[in-house]
Design a protein around this ligand. Structure first.
Ligand SMILES: O=C(O)c1ccccc1NCC(=O)[C@H](O)[C@H](O)COP(=O)(O)O
Length: 218
């Protein structure tokens, strides 16, 4: 079974190149100023050109205005919008219509009760990304390097493609995929040596580990 591998929070040419050359299926760019991975529009334009069509470009925003998303879409030409805030199902539907792009909605998970929102989002989103619910005092809603209990997704019956994220790294990606049976995996902190500083070797190791785990999932 092939797994969609997404490397999120890329912000430099060399780490982006490492991800694409190692076979990342998706590369994510964060448009959220409070994040150490935030990229401005000028940088995003260059990074987007560098990717060309070698991987799917994902634009990550958090409760962003239409105006910001419009700028991002014009500059980056993303293949997928990742909504990582409190966007309602109605907002997801509206953004899909406005921009004509598929949407991946991030769902924060700490307990089984967090999955109650799934039917409403599954009706409007194209993909779901399960991420660890951030602590109340967090300065950003993702990219915190903490996992959630993957057992909560065991036996999940979801018609949409879904990815798992939060505290995943080369050493635990196989287990995350084995437990959740997710069709994809998303990483940020697990391929960094400091918040916001990606490491090309860690990116390569992660993608190698994710690919190796594909063979275990038949
Ligand atoms: O990465 C960020 O800084 C970020 C900021 C605001 C919203 C979402 C953010 N990241 C979301 C991602 O897609 C991460 O890959 C996901 O949360 C997993 O992060 P990590 O636990 O660091 O691997």
């Amino acid at each position: 079974m092939s797994v969609v591998v997404k490397i999120c929070g890329l912000s430099t040419c060399d780490t982006l190149e490492a991800a694409v050359a190692a076979g990342a299926d998706m590369v994510g760019f964060v448009f959220f100023p409070a994040s150490p991975r935030h990229v401005g529009l000028d940088v995003a334009a260059d990074l987007g050109k560098q990717v060309a069509d070698r991987a799917a470009k994902v634009a990550l925003t958090v409760d962003a205005s239409d105006a910001l998303i419009r700028d991002v879409v014009e500059i980056l030409r993303p293949d997928l919008l990742q909504l990582h805030g409190h966007e309602s199902p109605q907002r997801v539907r509206a953004l899909k219509q406005t921009f004509g792009l598929p949407v991946m909605k991030a769902i924060p998970v700490a307990t089984a009760a967090d999955l109650a929102v799934l039917p409403a989002y599954a009706a409007v989103a194209d993909r779901i990304l399960f991420d660890a619910r951030p602590p109340k005092d967090a300065t950003r809603p993702g990219g915190l390097g903490t996992p959630f209990d993957w057992e909560l997704l065991r036996d999940l019956d979801l018609a949409l493609p879904f990815m798992v994220s939060g505290g995943i790294h080369a050493g635990n990606v196989a287990e995350a995929l084995r437990v959740t049976r997710a069709g994809g995996v998303d990483v940020s902190s697990g391929v960094e040596h400091a918040p916001g500083t990606k490491d090309p070797d860690m990116i390569r190791s992660f993608i190698r580990a994710a690919r190796a785990s594909e063979e275990l999932m038949t």
